[in-house]
Design a protein around this ligand. Structure first.
Ligand SMILES: Nc1ncnc2c1ncn2[C@@H]1O[C@H](COP(=O)(O)OP(=O)(O)OP(=O)(O)O)[C@@H](O)[C@H]1O
Ligand SMILES: [Mg+2]
Length: 284
């Protein structure tokens, strides 16, 4: 790991309109100089990264290079040591700083994620797992939940309809009433993604969704990711070690090594970038 922090581009990025960071013309989300230090370990070192609105962007790098830490900083699980996280909700709306906001507020602002190790509610059904994601967008307060008034009941019915609709669209409806723990592994990975979608994200962050999948399941995942981008008007940031998948679906790839951004560009350039090859293969 790097001995010290680089001087980040830093703090004044929020509210500057569009176009900040990494040469992105129309970003939905940008980080500016994001750093994360754990004790003496610099896990992220002044990272500027932008996700183009409506695109699939990939984040790759060797084990321990800071990819999951980046997700944790962006989604409010960690508060970054330095730097900014900026959401550009729409071209005609002002940008918002997400830095330091709690994870549930960030979900409400439109960021949803999956985890490297599947995190489902194992003893709830498939439909119930998706409903929990849907809950982020429900308005009924405590009073509505206690009295179960007409408005609350109507909202619950709509949530069930919307959640079931997602299961139909993404091929999980036949398993709607199964407990999550009884699903095959590939279906559990799919369910985690569908649950994240139920929050109606603007940005979907997927942390190694192909981990543990066989070749057929990985091919189905590739179709799922492409379908989601087309159907849901969502921008996707994908951490993935499966290079075949990354190269096929991504418009732009960012590469981390030891917490630093060492390369960025389209798949055909990244594949032959000597810095990237060296990071993966090491010195000869
Ligand atoms: N909470 C933490 N406390 C201390 N160190 C941490 C913490 N989280 C991550 N790290 C360290 O930060 C570095 C980056 O870890 P991170 O999990 O972000 O890597 P990664 O790129 O996601 O790796 P992988 O491909 O194996 O998932 C590692 O050295 C890791 O040990
Ligand atoms: Mg990781």
């Amino acid at each position: 790991m790097s001995a010290g922090l680089d001087k980040g581009a830093g703090a004044n990025a929020a509210g500057t309109g569009t176009g900040s960071g990494s040469g992105c013309v129309d970003p939905i989300l940008s980080t500016v100089g994001i750093s994360m230090v754990f004790g003496g370990l610099v896990a992220l070192n002044s990272v500027d990264l932008s996700i183009e609105r409506g695109s699939i962007t990939a984040l790759i790098g060797p084990n321990g290079s800071g990819k999951t830490t980046f997700f944790n900083c962006v989604t409010g699980i960690y508060k970054p040591t330095r730097g900014e996280v900026i959401l550009y909700p729409a071209l005609d709306l002002p940008s918002k700083s997400l830095k330091g906001l709690p994870a549930d507020v960030i979900t409400h602002e439109g960021l949803a994620r999956t985890f490297q190790n599947i995190r489902l509610f194992n003893n709830l059904t498939v439909l119930e797992n998706v409903l929990i994601g849907r809950h982020t967008r429900m308005r009924a307060g405590l009073w509505g939940a206690l009295t179960r008034n007409r408005k609350t009941r109507a909202e619950e019915a709509a949530a069930i309809e919307r959640s079931y609709g997602l299961l139909v669209t993404y091929g999980l409806d036949a398993m709607a009433n199964e407990l999550a723990k009884n699903l095959p592994y590939g279906a559990q990975r799919r369910l985690e993604i569908v649950r994240a979608l139920a929050t109606e994200p603007k940005v979907l962050l997927l942390d190694e969704p192909a981990a543990g999948l066989n070749i057929a399941e990985t091919a189905a995942l590739r179709d799922l990711i492409s379908d989601i981008r087309e159907n849901e008007k969502v921008s996707i940031l994908l951490i993935e070690h499966d290079m075949n998948l990354v190269m096929k679906v991504s418009k732009k790839i960012y590469v981390f090594d030891y917490g630093r951004l060492i390369a960025q560009g389209p798949p055909d350039e990244i594949q032959k970038d000597p810095k990237v090859i060296k990071a993966y293969l090491g010195e000869d």
